[in-house]
Every structure is written in structure tokens, then in C-alpha cells.
Design a protein around this ligand. Structure first.
Ligand code: FMN
Length: 182
């Protein structure tokens, strides 16, 4: 079973991105195990905190390092990705020489109620994740414009066309992970 560290860029309980990540988890069941990183207690990046490392930082780095690949599911805030994701990215690059991201296969997706479904946020994040040394899947892209009617009561995707596309995207991610040698 391929282990996937999942980072969700929204902390709110009714997050559509958390819901979308949960739907992807269900569609990937049997081939991927999703391990959700807890970003709620992550402080802003502060070099001084390495003197007494916060448990949330240690845990984040462990979740990434113990995974075969990483999936980031993020909203778009002010036409980029949210600060919680930036803090997670920065913490996991340090301490110097212990970059948890190095060589990890990674995919990015996200959802918003708007028509472009986080395209700009994802584009910015892709640049960042290349810079920190992950192997970012470039294609296929997945910009999901959120539609509540696509979800059943238990969080499953009930819209057949959407389900088919998402399953195919997960298959591409699995292929990407295999091809990058993890
Ligand atoms: C501070 C802030 C900025 C936002 N900026 C954008 C934006 O640039 N583009 C967009 O499509 N939606 C934007 N939104 C709307 C979000 O897509 C929407 O709130 C979404 O539900 C957030 O994801 P979540 O439900 O996972 O928390 C913004 C929301 C917030 C709170």
C-alpha cells in the first residue's frame, strides 16, 4: 500500500478542501493509505524555535518522511496558497541538511467555489514545491470547482463524470509515484 502524506490548506471544520481530500481518500482506498498531517498547531516559521522544537513540527516532518509521496489539497486565498501551507513547507525544509521534502513525489490539487478552482494558488505552490526539491507531478492538473451536489451524505463522489475523472487522476498520481522510483 502506498503511503501518502496529505496536507490540507484549510483549518476550518467545514472545509470543502478537507471534504475533497476525504473523497479522494475514498476513491484511492485499496491502493493508497492517506495520512493527514495536523497543521492546526503549527506555529509561524521562527528560527528561534529550533532550540526547543515544537511537537507539531517534529510530527509534520515525520509524516512527510515516512510517506512514499505527498498530496497537498489547498484552497486559494487572495490568488495564492494560504499561509498555513507556506509555514508547513518552510518548517519541513529545515534544519539545514534535513529537508523532509527532498525527492518526494508530490501532487497538488484543491477546490474553490469559483470557476477556476484554485488554479492560481496551485500554480504558485508548484513553483515553491519544485524549489524545495519535491518531484512535482505537472500533468494532469486538477482544478476542482466545488459543487455540493457532487457529494453524497457520506462524502463519496456521486457525480459519475467527476468520479471517473478523479479516479483517473489518482491513477496518474500512482503512476507518477512509481515512475519517480519510490
Ligand atoms: C482570505 C480568503 C481569501 C480568498 N481568496 C480566494 C481567491 O483568491 N480565489 C478563490 O477562488 N477563492 C478565494 N476565497 C474563497 C475560498 O475559495 C472559499 O472560502 C473556500 O471555501 C475556502 O476553502 P475551504 O472551504 O477549504 O476553507 C478566499 C477565502 C478567504 C477566506
Amino acid at each position: 500500500m502506498t503511503k501518502i502524506a496529505v496536507l490540507v490548506g484549510s483549518l476550518r471544520k467545514d472545509s470543502i478542501n478537507r471534504k475533497f481530500a476525504g473523497a479522494l481518500e475514498k476513491l484511492a482506498a485499496g491502493q493508497m493509505e492517506f495520512v493527514f498531517a495536523d497543521l492546526a498547531n503549527l506555529p509561524h516559521y521562527n528560527e528561534d524555535l529550533w532550540d526547543n522544537v515544537p511537537e507539531s513540527v517534529t510530527q509534520l516532518k515525520a509524516v512527510i518522511e515516512n510517506a512514499d509521496a505527498v498530496l497537498i489539497v489547498t484552497p486559494e486565498y487572495s490568488r495564492t496558497y494560504p499561509g498555513v501551507i507556506k509555514d508547513a513547507v518552510d518548517w519541513a525544509t529545515r534544519p539545514w541538511g534535513k529537508n523532509s521534502w527532498a525527492g518526494k513525489p508530490l501532487a497538488i490539487t484543491g477546490t474553490s467555489p469559483g470557476a477556476i478552482g484554485t488554479a492560481i494558488a496551485q500554480n504558485h505552490l508548484r513553483t515553491t514545491m519544485v524549489a524545495v526539491g519535491t518531484a512535482v507531478m505537472g500533468q494532469p492538473e486538477l482544478y476542482y470547482s466545488y459543487k455540493p451536489e457532487h457529494f453524497g451524505a457520506n462524502g463519496d463522489i456521486v457525480d459519475e463524470a467527476t468520479k471517473t475523472y478523479l479516479e483517473s487522476w489518482i491513477g496518474s498520481f500512482a503512476g507518477w509515484i512509481a515512475n519517480t522510483g519510490r
